[in-house]
Ligand binder design. Structure first.
Ligand SMILES: *Cc1c(COP(=O)(O)O)cnc(C)c1O
Length: 488
């Protein structure tokens, strides 16, 4: 390694030479090697300055340097280990030493401490303008022109009649269930492979969740399992008050058969499109297929207001009722009067400003996420160990997160794989843990897609890779290289 030999000095090197080498190298650090080339210690400009102050002449040699043992790291290091060692010793450089005792590389803190996260907020150019406008006009309170405009613009973008901007996607699901008159003891069907926020509102209403498996084709709700569950419920005279279908990781569920089943059994459908804004099913925007759809603008979603959600529907009365319930359900009276229980679920005018800016870049964000996905697929194709989340021909997925399963029999499971990436400061995550496996929903009914549970398998083998729309090519390369390294 040229770089290493360029900054390596011996005890016979003169102080003048050492200073000149350090000056040219620009590393702030020299490596002192013994006769056989084995690493002895690092030499900083501070060390050389102290020699001078102690009276060592410029023509004197580094033999005068104290014999100390510098901190080094073994070649099998992880970024996490290296960083911990640097922190522990308050140093910014760390020589990597091979079995021959020679330095193969010098790690620099700023080169290794960069963490690659799963999905981070990615602002466009206009969010700040909308927020500043809200400040300028003192529209800080909830409601206001940004809220109205955000609702209108989102509804237009996805092609639906009406939208209510809310404080979160979870609030939107909760209001949807209230609007469908879900009461204590009622049953509500819900995709099992999802984030807990899809199912928690069922519990808010003291209703009973029944969980439905995924299918292999889309990883989303299996129409076959849904049919089995509906048929069983009809026999027991316990049809659900609602079905919540979830579109995972930026991909729609197979909506045609799901909508048809719900119509056949007369059960209203709620579409949890928190993760699928910008996706399409047979050319039509995800989130627009059910009686009501919900979106989320939480910090990790494809676009974000830092926190927020939207309830959408073609039924104007439903959305008006949602706005009423979301603002404490005040009766139209001059005094404060309430006939039903209300909620404080409205989005603020400030956050809606962020949302308006984010909507403008949604198309770009979708393209970036899809590109990240296709980059991973291409760069890791030869390994032949990942099964990527399938994209059926009716789907246009955003790949909000790049999701895959690891083939079994690799000698490394998904948990260990994720742990090894974490040691390299790369955040990967398991797929959602299915709701029927959650302690909090223990004892709930579950309908698998046939004899084996698809969601159990997906959970066991599944991994989400860093997928941010603001990832650089270098970062994607680093993830790919690291994956190769940790699988060796
Ligand atoms: C994020 C998410 C939600 C909840 O949205 P919030 O805005 O965070 O409340 C609901 N369902 C799914 C599938 C999600 O991923």
């Amino acid at each position: 390694m040229n770089e290493i030999s360029r900054i390596t000095v011996g005890r016979d090197t003169s102080l003048r030479q050492a200073l000149a080498t350090l000056d040219k190298a620009g590393t702030g650090l020299l490596l002192l090697a013994g006769a056989g080339g084995a690493f002895e210690r690092t030499v900083t400009d501070g060390d050389l300055r102290r020699l001078l102050l102690e009276g060592c002449p410029l023509e004197g040699t580094l033999a005068a340097l104290a014999h100390i043992r510098s901190v080094v790291i073994d070649q099998a290091f992880s970024r996490r280990q290296a960083l911990d060692l640097m922190n522990q010793h308050a140093i910014n450089h760390l020589p990597v030493v091979g079995p021959d005792g020679r330095v193969s590389q010098v790690l620099e803190r700023r080169e290794i401490d960069e963490q690659i996260l799963l999905s981070t907020p990615h602002m466009g150019d206009t969010e700040r303008d909308f927020v500043e406008e809200a400040f300028r006009t003192n529209w800080i309170a909830p409601l206001g022109p940004n809220v109205d405009a955000f609702e209108r613009e989102l509804a237009q973008l996805v092609g639906i009649g009406h939208a209510a901007a809310l404080s979160s996607g979870t609030a939107a699901i909760h209001l949807a269930l209230i609007l469908l008159d879900v009461r204590p003891g009622d049953r509500v069907f819900c995709s099992t492979l999802t984030f807990a926020a899809s199912a928690n509102p069922i519990a808010y209403q003291h209703a009973q969740p029944v969980f439905i498996d995924s299918d292999e084709a889309s990883w989303n709700m299996s129409p076959r399992a849904l049919e089995a569950a509906l048929e069983s419920a009809r026999r027991d005279n316990q049809l659900p008050k609602a079905v919540i279908v979830v579109n995972l990781y930026g991909q729609s569920a197979d909506m045609d058969p799901i909508v048809a089943l719900c119509e056949r059994y007369g059960v209203p459908l709620v579409e949890d499109a928190a993760e699928s804004l910008g996706a399409r099913y047979k050319g039509r925007a995800s989130g627009t297929f059910a009686r009501m759809g919900i979106f989320s603008f939480n910090g990790n979603k494809i676009i974000t207001t830092s926190g927020g959600g939207m309830l959408v529907s073609d039924d104007k009365a439903l959305i008006e009722r949602a706005r009423f319930l979301a603002t404490q359900a005040r009766d139209p009276a001059p005094h404060y009067q309430h006939s039903v229980i209300g909620y404080n679920y409205r989005m603020s005018n400030i956050l809606a400003g962020v949302g308006r800016g984010q909507l403008k870049v949604l198309g770009q964000r979708v393209e970036s996420r899809r590109a990240v996905f296709h980059n991973y697929c291409a760069a890791l194709a030869d390994l032949d160990i990942f099964d990527w989340m399938p994209e059926p021909d009716w789907s246009y997925a955003t790949h909000w997160l790049t999701a895959c399963t690891l083939r079994p029999g690799l000698g490394i499971g998904s948990a260990e794989f994720i742990r090894r990436l974490a040691a390299e400061l790369i955040e990967a995550r398991p797929l959602w843990k299915p709701m029927h496996l959650q302690p909090v929903f223990a004892g709930s009914s579950y309908f698998a897609d046939g004899d084996v549970s698809v969601s159990d398998r997906l959970f066991e083998q599944g991994v989400c890779l860093p997928s941010g729309s603001n990832m650089s090519e270098t970062q994607i390369e680093r993830v790919v290289d690291t994956i190769r390294k940790v699988l060796k």
